[in-house]
Design a protein around this ligand. Sequence first.
Ligand SMILES: Cc1cc2nc3c(=O)[nH]c(=O)nc-3n(C[C@H](O)[C@H](O)[C@H](O)COP(=O)(O)OP(=O)(O)OC[C@H]3O[C@@H](n4cnc5c(N)ncnc54)[C@H](O)[C@@H]3O)c2cc1C
Length: 281
Amino acid sequence: MIVKDNEKLAKYTTYRVGGIARKFYIPENREELLNLLIKLEDYKILGGGSNLLINDSKIFDNIIKLDKFDQKITSYGEGKYYVGASVRLQKLINFINNQGYGGIEYLFSVPGLVGGALAMNAGRGKQFNNQISDYIISVDVFHNGEIITLSKEDCLFRYRGSIFKNNNYIILGGLFQFLPMLKEDSEQLKRERIVLCNKNQDKHGTNFGSVFSKYDRRILKLVSKLSLNKKEGVMFSKQTINWICNGGKGTYSDTIKLIKLVKKIHEIFGKEIELEVVIWD
Ligand SMILES: Cc1cc2nc3c(=O)[nH]c(=O)nc-3n(C[C@H](O)[C@H](O)[C@H](O)COP(=O)(O)OP(=O)(O)OC[C@H]3O[C@@H](n4cnc5c(N)ncnc54)[C@H](O)[C@@H]3O)c2cc1C
């Protein structure tokens, strides 16, 4: 296991903002992870760090990074696969596509790991109703000192959430059933996804994907128009609705202020709002 002291967390997130981990652990197999989880009382789990906003003035005791402990994909034939939580989404998609299966090519642009994608129930925009849980059969987790297998129903998947989000479940791996798909079709879907993202996703600075899982589009459009002249700081993207971009000088507290402002405006107008990004305060 790799163990680092006083490790800066910013570089482990796509937003590049974060505090310090007094102890930073990278278990390299399942046994190391389980021994660590049994030993530690308090910890936080980091996947690909692509939907995380971390307080940059805080020291966290124990952070466990899960990108190494299980990177295996095992095929059971006919589109059934067991996938370790450390597997990158792109790797999973290419792997199953090469064997004539598919279904989640729209996640080819998502810079997360399978564990993080299951916790967040990563998917396409709400109007498409496509998410990674469409293909899940069961998920193995560490919870309350033991390994248990949860059925799809037990996982309580919802739009950008699950029983795992902000809860004490560590996802170890999942059993998936993917669809038969011709290689040329899956290649085409991945190409289309990349073209769409290059066109629509804001490349100004850093981001953590979507901020809210429920929001009023008109309010966010208005706020993005008002966030003028913040090129080096934090602003709601004018190009990608529901993204906050950081030009490099924005801090955790700048980002929180902006999120609170948007929540307040929703409250004033009686509109529903729900956070998607996970915040470590
Ligand atoms: C450029 C960009 C594009 C994106 N596009 C999309 C998109 O199209 N669709 C979409 O849904 N999202 C998108 N996202 C958001 C993000 O990539 C997804 O939510 C992704 O699934 C998060 O995975 P992660 O491994 O990075 O998780 P992290 O950000 O590391 O963690 C997110 C949460 O999951 C928890 N977690 C992580 N791993 C585990 C585990 N093994 N067990 C238990 N809990 C765990 C963490 O503790 C945290 O609470 C995008 C983000 C970026 C930066």
